[in-house]
Design a protein around this ligand. Structure first.
Ligand code: SAM
Length: 336
């Protein structure tokens, strides 16, 4: 007996949801194992040669690529020996960081969604996220989506010392320092795992003498000699950690006090979506909002962000809204 259209559509959606969950993990793994970068080079990927070269289990690689083929991210031959980029490859490659963020950075949270919803389990440290993986994801997304805009903004500014709040991998500081031989920087992050990633990257770039790292809560900084001569503050993909509102107002005021000579503060963050039904949300948004809701973290809307700067002691002189990551804004702030 043939299914009616509604039942068939429901079955297709159900299958697509299941396959997407598998494919999301496969995208992360393919990036982490170097498969995506190898495919990006354009030559057909010989799976046996790749697994031999990198000491990887061939069957696992075939399975990962098979999962990618379910969304036409790769074309796989019948024997599963050779893979080539498929029609969805370019977009998935561009957005790979979001999958890595979801499955590696917040994998534990999504695995334990039910247990985290029980009040009895919501005790200190009940959420385990992977700051190292989150920093790697943010670094890739920053390079692709933030940097082009950022370069056009900072090229107009004059500054000698920069502080990056929630610096993660240190990528933004490194990029700023390369090509500006006079520039000094300080990276501030609360997570030791992120700071060790940053420390290695800064050393590899030969910038240890110019970029210092500080383990601290960026919302509760005290003025120190190292911070008072900073003239440019940046903060990407962490501002929502300052919320709820009164806490954010206080954090912004505290940042003004800790950096008395800062003339510019560039704050870029993803805000809460409005006006788009869940079924039509683009990549990243659903995961970002679900994860933060489960963590009990308020993600402000664009309007909420725009309504907090003045009270926090800053004037928003420019705002730039990005298409990717969706619902993301870059706010140029100056002391009031
Ligand atoms: C999503 S990552 C973004 C990293 C980096 N800004 C980037 O764009 O690549 C957020 C970072 O903010 C850090 N973070 C979160 N809350 C913080 C706080 N209150 N003070 C300092 N760092 C914080 C996290 O440890 C993490 O490294």
């Amino acid at each position: 007996m043939s299914m009616n259209t509604t039942a068939r559509q429901a079955a297709e959606r159900c299958g697509a949801a299941f396959n997407s969950a598998v494919a999301a993990s496969a995208i992360s793994a393919a990036w982490e194992l170097g498969l995506l970068d190898e495919l990006k080079r354009g030559a057909p990927l010989d799976i046996t040669a790749f697994s031999d070269q990198h000491d990887l289990h061939r069957g696992s690689l075939q399975a990962i690529l098979f999962a990618l083929s379910s969304l036409e991210i790769v074309d796989l031959d019948d024997g599963r020996d050779v893979a080539k980029p498929g029609p969805s490859f370019g977009e998935v490659y561009r957005c790979k960081a979001f999958f890595f963020w979801l499955t590696r950075g917040y994998g534990d949270l999504f695995t334990n969604l039910a247990s985290s919803s029980r009040n009895a389990n919501r005790t200190d440290g009940f959420i385990r996220r992977d700051p190292y993986a989150i920093s790697l994801a943010a670094r890739d997304a920053g390079r692709l989506f933030i940097d082009p805009l950022l370069v056009s903004i900072v090229d107009r500014l004059s500054f000698g010392k920069i502080a990056d709040l929630g610096c993660g991998s240190g990528e933004h500081l490194i990029r700023m320092a390369i090509g500006r031989p006079e520039l000094c920087g300080v990276g501030i992050d609360i997570a030791p795992a992120a700071l060790s990633l940053a420390e290695r990257a800064i050393a590899n770039a030969g910038l240890t003498s110019r970029i210092r790292l500080l383990e601290a809560d960026a919302s509760a900084l005290a003025p120190t000699p190292d911070l008072t001569d900073v003239d440019l503050i940046t903060c990407f993909f962490m501002g929502h950690d300052f919320w709820p509102r009164q806490r954010c107002v206080h954090a912004l005021q505290q940042i003004r006090i800790a950096f008395p000579n800062a003339t510019h503060f560039l704050l870029g963050d993803t805000y809460r979506s409005t006006g788009v039904p869940a079924s039509r949300l683009p990549v990243f948004t659903l995961g970002f909002e679900v994860a933060h809701a489960v963590m009990g973290q308020h993600v402000p809307t664009l309007e909420e962000w725009l309504g907090v700067f003045e009270e926090g002691g800053w004037a928003c002189t420019e705002q730039h809204l990005l298409d990717v990551p969706p619902f993301t804004g870059l706010f140029c702030l100056s002391p009031r």
